[in-house]
Design a protein around this ligand. Sequence first.
Ligand code: NDP
Length: 245
Amino acid sequence: MNSHTEQKIVLVTGASSGIGAATAERLAADGHHVVVGARRRPQLDELVARIAAAGGTAQAVDLDVTDIEGHRAVVDAIAAEHGRLDVLVANAGVMPLSRLDAGLVDEWKTMIDVNVLGLLHGIAAALPHFTARGSGHLVTMASVGAHEVSPTSAVYSGSKFAAWAISEGLRVESPAGIRVTTICPGVTTSELADSISDPKAREAMVAYRAHAIPASSIAAAVAFAIAQPANVDVNEIIVRPAAQR
Ligand code: NDP
């Protein structure tokens, strides 16, 4: 961290793999204190150890974003320990793609629960703290799926259109001290496609995901938004592979 950079207290949800883990590593390398949350504790503990070995500071918390009380408890504990939460990176997400006629209702529900309600729970947990201090920064991990719909992406894209709209809603409702950034990644290397159970959708993804960019490319976009001065609000960044159409 250069001596002019202010250290921020950052909670990254869904930090046990992929973009969340890369974002935590990048923000820690930039000198911020990162609290990493997800359900898979061993991966979080390994991440914290990697960050510490690289000279950063991090702590792991058990967090299921579908549990509002759990989410509130995590945010309240961070505020109690550190005096504040500066940034919530609402990154947790799932993507079990399938066509609507496959009728995988349980997977639709999971996508809405994690990608939409999980984001809302994060806002419900963090906003009282942001409002009390008159400052804070929500970074929502949406998707290029917040801008386009393709066969098999109806529900996933619907959840990401919703995430985009909810984040924009927070921006227009908030005072200037509260900043809102929506990051829309294209195909990025992670475990995301592992949740696709539908065989046809899984097969289609192999070609679609051939030109993935590293999760560090998305982490760099998050870091850029967070690094801006308090009067600059980067509202949206779309980052995709140069080869993605
Ligand atoms: P990963 O599958 O690698 O990571 C998803 C993360 O979300 C995991 O850490 C997982 O942790 C966490 N998660 C899932 N459910 C919950 C839950 N209920 N509570 C808390 N955490 C949860 O995929 P990505 O890194 O790719 O995904 C990160 C975000 O980026 C998602 O919102 C995704 O939609 C978005 N995105 C990704 C793209 C890509 O190509 N990779 C493209 C566009 C957007 P655990 O299971 O341990 O709880």
